[in-house]
Ligand binder design. Structure first.
Ligand code: MG
Length: 162
């Protein structure tokens, strides 16, 4: 059995991953509305990945005989000043997710739940990738500036995500 304090935090994290999917879908919409289909495609895949993260928590909680709790999903932002601002907020969001994962691992250790600790390691590696993806986008936007050329170049590049 997962200790109850840890189970609650795992359920909260499941909810955060669902919120992440919601947020990235909202960002995808922002790009759809501006005809930037490459960005929209990338963010839709990102949203799908977040659903997969949520499912990892869902499956793990059930595997351990725990009860999955469904909390309300927060309404995501739907407008940003510009693309740079949007990417900055996505990066901040992922950094916050990383902090939550780190906190979850600390809690699993404190409560001596080794299976949960090991389960969470995958997310440590994943968070490095998530932060890196947004960091790289932000670097290009800040280095080259958010000009039509930069945006169209990125739009073409992001369209290629598999
Ligand atoms: Mg995630």
């Amino acid at each position: 059995m997962i200790p109850s304090a840890l189970l609650e935090e795992l359920n909260r994290q499941l909810n955060r991953e669902l919120y992440s999917a919601y947020l990235y879908l909202s960002m995808a919409s922002y790009f759809e509305e501006r005809g930037l289909n490459g960005f929209a495609h990338w963010f839709k895949l990102q949203a799908k990945e977040e659903l997969e993260h949520a499912m990892k928590f869902y499956n793990y909680i059930h595997e351990r005989g725990g009860h999955v709790e469904f909390y309300p999903i927060q309404e995501p932002a739907s407008n940003w000043d510009n693309i740079t601002g949007l990417v900055k907020s996505a990066l901040e969001h992922e950094k916050e997710i990383t902090r939550h994962i780190n906190h979850l691992i600390d809690l699993a250790r404190k409560l001596d739940d080794k299976p949960t600790e090991v389960f969470l390691y995958w997310f440590i590696t994943e968070q490095v990738e998530e932060e890196k993806a947004f960091q790289e986008l932000l670097q290009v936007l800040e280095y080259a500036g958010e000009t039509p050329q930069t945006v169209l170049m990125l739009n073409a590049k992001l369209a290629q995500r598999k």
